[in-house]
Design a binder for this molecule. Structure first.
Ligand code: DAT
Length: 174
């Protein structure tokens, strides 16, 4: 039984996962789990893909690393551009962040993404790939889609998730 919920924040690279997760962690005391950082630090990968400028993730190793971090005990804000690999029993809420294409283009360009990776991520956002993955992997009642184009939207998202956490605790902790 968890006394704090686990929340996945997912979406295409550049939508604002890290910004949301860090702000939420600060405000709520929950633990920000940057999956990217764990992949890097614990070497849960089979090397670096130069073309896509990203790690080739070894999901078995990554799950083992998350077990070691005791993620399933709760109180984690998991930040990752995917969600289907996490066991359903670990997860209480899945937030899928969304942005307009032009905003995403600007954010990814300023990260100096290679053209192939930039285009692939823009396509992924337009085709709602991560939203679909979340809906296919979890009960629809725990999947929430939120827009993250502006700072105001981000603040309102954080407020909403914070309220959700309070409610979850009232409902689950005697
Ligand atoms: P991700 O972790 O999904 O890759 P990020 O949190 O690193 O995304 O954000 C990418 C950039 O966009 C970063 O410079 C912060 C900015 N950003 C994120 N969400 C935003 C929002 N809702 N409004 C304005 N800027 C935002």
């Amino acid at each position: 039984m968890r006394t704090n919920p686990n929340i996945i924040i997912t979406g295409t690279p550049g939508v604002g996962k890290t910004t949301h997760a860090e702000t939420l962690a600060e405000k709520t005391g929950l633990r920000h789990i940057s999956v990217n950082q764990i992949v890097k630090d614990k070497e849960c990968h089979e090397g670096w893909d130069d073309e896509y400028m990203s790690w080739i993730v070894d999901e078995d190793k990554l799950l083992d690393a998350l077990e070691e971090e005791n993620v399933k005990a709760g109180g984690c804000i998991i930040d990752w551009h995917g969600c289907e690999m996490f066991p359903e029993s670990w997860v209480d809420l899945v937030v899928v962040l969304r942005v307009d294409s032009s905003t995403l283009y600007d954010r990814l360009s300023s990260r100096k993404y290679p053209e192939a990776k930039l285009q692939e991520n823009l396509d992924s956002e337009i085709m709602e790939v991560l939203l679909q993955e979340a809906r296919d992997s979890y009960d629809e009642q725990i999947v929430v889609e939120l827009t993250s184009n502006t700072t105001d939207e981000m603040e309102s998202n954080v407020d909403r998730i914070e309220s959700w956490i309070k409610q979850w605790k009232q409902d689950h902790v005697a």
